[in-house]
Design a protein around this ligand. Structure first.
Ligand code: ZDP
Length: 276
């Protein structure tokens, strides 16, 4: 098996291309290879596959073996991989995902290599039952949730995968490890959830820390940054374009008024290649 280790702002992936379909043991492989002590180490295992609807198809398995519908940082890595390896010569490509349909991706190339990637992440899903949450409402904004006697308020957004955004006084020092897993598996979230803790610092910038469903505390989450921007527009905290600062770096997120789509711009990097 030939693989490439890549990351988007420190959210790291084992990328595998050249297969026709997802192997039957993909979940077991993800568990084993993503392990940072006994394996290669990564937040997820990503397959670049042929697509009938788009230029490429992406499947992503979290480090716990569960499959994610969508992944903002991985899609930028996929774009870099296919261009840098000559699988496409186009600077605009389409990628099919499990939960968010076909996504349009724009590449910025310098010295023959992709530097930054802008992804049309599609329209956010805000209906409570569709995110999914157990709340039957058009929008779930600042909704109370109790965990272990502590009350939080969350705003629910799906970007193809489910997110809940929680505003806290200081996202950077927030105790993710305690509250993240309890919220991820709370009964209000039937498919579990990615949890973003956010502090808005200005109309155009917010700090975010993420506890990812199936992967735990990661350095960055692209779909989580998109969900954060959407939630921050809905709650009146930011403008429709803002920088979301993650542990691993910044993503620029725009929620277009014209087409209701969310656009994410950020880097992707290759670390090394290997075989096993
Ligand atoms: O939805 C999920 O189960 C996430 N853990 C998938 C990964 C999301 C990702 N971090 C992103 O950048 O959107 C890759």
């Amino acid at each position: 098996m030939i693989f490439t280790k890549m990351h988007g702002l420190g959210n790291d992936f084992i990328v595998v291309a050249g297969k026709q379909s997802l192997p039957d043991n993909a979940a077991e492989l993800a568990l084993r290879l993503c392990n940072r002590f006994f394996g290669i180490g990564a937040d997820g295992l990503v397959y670049i596959l042929p697509s009938e609807k788009a230029d490429f198809r992406m499947r992503i398995i979290n480090s716990d073996g569960s499959e994610a519908e969508q992944c903002g940082n991985a899609i930028r890595c996929v774009a870099k991989y296919v261009y840098d390896n000559g699988m496409t010569g186009n600077e605009e490509i389409t990628v099919e995902t499990l939960g968010a349909g076909v996504q349009k991706v724009q590449l910025t190339v310098a010295d023959g290599k992709v530097q930054t990637v802008r992804v049309d992440m599609g329209e956010p899903i805000l209906k409570g039952l569709q995110v999914p949450t157990t709340v039957d409402a058009e929008r779930v904004i600042e909704h109370p949730i109790e965990v272990d006697g502590r009350e939080f308020k969350f705003t629910a957004v799906s970007m193809g995968n489910p997110h809940c955004v929680i505003y806290v006084d200081d996202a950077v020092s927030f105790d993710l490890e305690t509250w993240g897993p309890k919220l991820e598996t709370h009964p209000m979230f039937p498919r579990k959830i990615n949890v973003e803790f956010v502090t808005v610092n200005s109309r155009t910038q917010a700090d975010m820390r993420v506890w990812e469903r199936g992967a735990g505390p990661t350095l960055a989450c692209g779909t989580g940054a998109c969900a954060t921007l959407v939630a921050s527009v809905l709650t009146g905290g930011t403008d429709r374009t803002a920088t979301i600062s993650l542990k691993g770096g910044d993503l620029l997120i725009e929620w277009s008024e014209e087409d209701n789509h969310v656009y994410m711009t950020g880097p992707a990097a290759e670390v090394f290649r290997g075989s096993l």
